[in-house]
Write a new protein. Structure first.
Length: 551
């Protein structure tokens, strides 16, 4: 880990203090390079038993420690001849064309291995960095200066592990190929820190997009009653009796959503836990009620700070105000863009309520303001609906007011269903970042409620769920036959649910320009970025949370 600290203290902190890990092409290539030396082979003689003139030996994947120095390492390869031992460290890249012959992090790592060998009784004055791409061995002499640099890095890494989180690198060429760049968010964090200090010039808000705009994995939804999710090789299969309903490669699955009477085999469950892909449980009607995951995120420090902040009414109020103002602004944007007719009075009222929310003095007042904004918004929601002539004549998609438990008309049935799907995505997102999804800052704890997920989803209700409803109705994708009426309640048919989930997935996969950073990413990526920015606020790196508000 010393090489990572020398390369980037923030990378070291994420991996070794917070337990964050993420693969990319470079990480995968490095793992392939190390396959030969990862298997424990060969014999490293004890220095007490070694004799000069003895034939050279080589031992791979050797675990040694130096208690006095406080160092431990697994050495890729040790070449021993008598009492003299030489560590060889494998690197996937090409040897750099620099005076020292090897990068500083590589030299520090080799020197640490040499110091460990010395404490174990071996003579060790040099090491070898083997660069696989250029197939070149580079000798690294353990000079007094390098030893001093290595011990200083050891001490600095120990101090850094106690926190706070090290600052991100500034416009560094190291960041684009870092596997943790989507977790670190270096440019985004630096921009927001500068903005809080009043140091951002107009027009400088655009930052580098250092991670893919879309995720490679996708959710799997299983609604067929009696179906079983199993695993065959590296593929997940959904079966009903002997019929295969669908297949998905394991590495391409981000989560599995099961509705009603759907089973998951033990083999599939274990594989999903290994992948870090949760299983989300819904009732047959679409009520999100549970999540199955592997071991919880290792970052207990973030959860400790989360609970501490949640118990502080003043600090929690600041976050709650950001969630609510973000929601109101996005509701206003939806009306401004999509409503037919004159809604200027509603837009003015939403502006006024947004200002009131920013100045609310307690959570109860803020809750009342949010309720008032919701009434204004839904009072004009019908102006955004433009169903086809047949549906309009039948009055299928008329909307008067928001209602639920149960919804009494098709529009409310769509809204309730989509809000449940959105809530599970935010429960997954905040859990993946390291939060406890049940402890919120605005939505207070309640048994079984993912309060923090509901907090973060507020600003996305109009942009994602409401927008998907408009697409379904206005484009004629959802029809009257996709609904069931039972007494005073309205519910979606199985085919209707498939239509809704399809529209939702298209929406979260659509690309959008981030208003703060200027790059284009999918809404699903935006969810993660916002959750990680919230983590930076909780950890104290940022002073305030900026909600996602489209322009």
């Amino acid at each position: 880990m010393l090489n990572e600290f020398v390369y980037c203290p923030r990378l070291f902190y994420f991996e070794w203090v917070q337990g964050e890990w993420s693969d990319n092409a470079d990480v995968a290539e490095g793992a392939l390079t190390h396959r030969r030396v990862d298997k424990e082979t060969g014999d490293l003689p004890s220095p007490d038993e070694s004799a000069d003139g003895e034939a050279p030996r080589a031992a791979r994947s050797v675990l040694l420690s130096a208690p006095k120095l406080g160092l431990i390492a697994r050495l890729d390869l040790v070449e021993a001849e008598g009492k003299r031992a030489t560590p060889v460290d494998y690197k996937k890249g090409a040897a750099p064309d620099i005076p020292d012959g090897a990068w500083e992090p590589d030299r520090v790592q080799l020197c640490a291995q040499g110091l460990i060998l010395r404490e174990n009784g071996y003579e060790c004055d040099r090491g070898v960095a083997y660069y696989a791409k250029s197939k070149k061995r580079v000798d690294v002499l353990f000079t007094a200066e390098l030893v001093q640099r290595t011990l200083a890095a050891r001490d600095a890494a120990r101090a850094a592990s106690l926190g706070p989180i090290p600052a991100p690198l500034v416009d560094s060429p190291k960041c684009p190929r870092c596997s943790l760049v989507s977790i670190c968010l270096p440019d985004e964090t630096n921009l927001l820190i500068a903005a809080e200090g009043g140091e951002v010039e107009e027009g400088s808000e655009h930052v580098r997009r250092l991670f893919p705009g879309r995720t490679d994995a996708f959710p799997v939804y299983v609604q067929e009653q009696g179906a079983v999710v199993g695993k065959s090789g590296e593929v997940f299969e959904v079966r009903l009796a002997k019929e295969v309903l669908g297949k998905a490669r394991a590495i391409e699955v981000s989560q599995v959503n099961v509705y009603g009477n759907v089973q998951v085999t033990a083999q599939a469950l274990k594989a999903l836990c290994d992948l870090g892909a949760p299983i989300l449980h819904f009732s047959y009607g679409g009520w999100f009620y549970g999540m199955t995951t592997g071991m919880t995120h290792k970052n207990v420090e973030l959860r400790r700070l989360q609970f501490s902040l949640a118990e502080n009414p003043y600090r929690s109020l600041g976050l709650a105000q950001a969630f609510v103002t973000g929601k109101i602004r996005n509701c206003r944007t939806m009306l401004r863009r999509n409503a037919a007719g004159d809604v200027s009075s509603a837009l003015e009222e939403l502006n006024r309520l947004c200002d009131m929310a920013e100045g609310a003095r307690d959570a109860e007042t803020l809750l009342g303001i949010e309720g008032s904004a919701g009434r204004v918004y839904f009072l004009h929601f019908d102006a955004m609906l433009k169903p086809g002539a047949a549906a309009q004549e039948a009055g299928t998609f008329n909307f008067e007011t928001r209602n639920r438990r149960p919804p009494t008309d098709p529009i409310n049935a769509l809204l309730s269903y989509l809000y449940a799907v959105l809530a599970k995505d935010f429960a997954v997102t905040v859990s993946a970042v390291g939060f406890d999804p049940y402890m919120g800052f605005y939505h207070r704890p309640r048994y079984g409620r993912t309060s923090l997920g509901l907090d973060l989803m507020e600003e996305f209700r109009p942009l994602v769920a409401d927008s998907a409803v408009l697409q379904l109705v206005n484009a004629g994708e959802i029809l009257p036959e996709h609904f069931l009426k039972r007494g005073g309640a309205v519910a979606l048919t199985p085919d209707g649910k498939k239509k809704v989930l399809g529209a939702y997935e298209r929406r979260v996969d659509s690309m959008v320009t981030h208003p703060l950073f200027g790059y284009t990413i999918s809404y699903r990526r935006v969810f993660e970025v916002q959750a990680r920015l919230l983590a930076r606020v909780v950890e104290g790196e940022l002073k305030s949370y900026e909600p996602f508000c489209t322009r």
